[in-house]
Design a protein around this ligand. Sequence first.
Ligand code: HEC
Length: 447
Amino acid sequence: MSPCCSFRWGMVLTIVIGGLGLLAFFMVNGDTEPNPSSSSLSSMAESPPTYHENIASILHESCSSCHRPDGGAPFSLLSYKNARRRGRQIVQVTKSRYMPPWKAEPGHGEFEGARRLPDETIELLEAWVQGGMKEGDPAAGPPPPQYTEGWSLGEPDLVIQMKKPFKIPAEGPEIFRRFGIPLDIPEDRYIKAIEFRPTSPDVVHHVFIMRTNANRQGNGDGLGFEGELLEGWTPGAITKFLPDGVAKHLKKGDTIVLRSHFRPSGKIEHEQSKIGFYFGDPPKRALTGLRLRNNKIDILPGEDGYTVSDTVVVPADTDAIGIAAHAHYICREVRATATYPDQTTEWLLLIKDWDFNWQEHYRFAKPVFFPKGTVLNMEYVYDNTASNPRNPFDPPRRVRYGQLSTDEMAILYIEALLKDDADLPLFKNLLIQGKNAGKKEASGKPK
Ligand code: HEC
């Protein structure tokens, strides 16, 4: 198993966004979500919208999870004053659909918590700004939502932290390290959510949170590679609870191992990561993973449209609950489909403007049933030209598969619930065999 992204279990979504290319991310119409705040659009001409009556609820619901003190975004949007100061910019970034960040194309897989504003909401924000950003009556609007400082899901049941800070030099190569943190739980627990909080977010490229019952600890060396992956993280990750009846098992005596990847930031920094665990009931069904990947990546400088694929046949009936793609900077498009035994093909995920900094663990709005024999397919397309604003090399260089962030990867990870727990070994074997996959061709094109 490679020390980097070999087995992705968790969600990935990062905060820092680069590149104006995103501003070109204009979207098609087709939102049907009703938005209560936009009901008064027709009467807007006579009385312009006000912050408290029309705008606060939008910003609270769609922006404040990140735009709050300590929420990951660079400024808060919780008050009238804050919103007013940013009015024009808010219109700009919502119209271009740069904000709220959401990369999955509508109509290609349905996801829980899709952060996509309906057109009417965007118009309402614009009408508010054009109407002079009126405040309105504070009594007419909702109070700002309450957040527990630091933790997005409220106070965790258990918080652990790296034993001592780890120093990351100002410059030099990227650093891969493992850190053991022994747990002190009196009995087995069942994890409903894990939140990771870096103390120096600028230097943490990603972290895998694993559990092992080998009692190892310390900073750095000597930790084994074994262990079960519980969660993957990149900066800005949005923590979600697992669905009802699903949980990950933490055993008495376990040690948590962080597999951390650091990137020097230009100044000396010290990282002492914290992890919060939320516990719940034992699971009713076993959770497993299906992974597609292709490590045979070799892209010449100037090459556009380079494509790799992989295919996996689902070995037993499952219900897919989540999907996460992983690639680095020059990937442009991510396509994932399922072809069922009756030969119909359905989109699972389409990202047309892949951004390393906005990776996400997508949770399906409803579980997607894969009967045994369903063929899962992924295709990743890369753009290694100078006109790709996210290309880390100027002029472009040959890019191959590898662990550094300037190398490339192609991984698709699907979380699935088993119909029958006894099928678990079939999925484990598949993960082992699939290690250097990248052989078969796509089998079916979605309409
Ligand atoms: C999932 C987290 C998240 C959500 C939700 C979110 N933002 Fe942001 N926003 C960020 C981060 C991180 C940045 C800073 C990085 C950047 O500028 O891209 C940012 C930057 C911005 C900027 C500055 C852009 C620039 O060019 O400097 C504006 C304006 C903004 N957000 C408005 C909004 C509005 C309005 C909403 C809700 C409709 C929203 N954001 C929702 C995370 C979020």
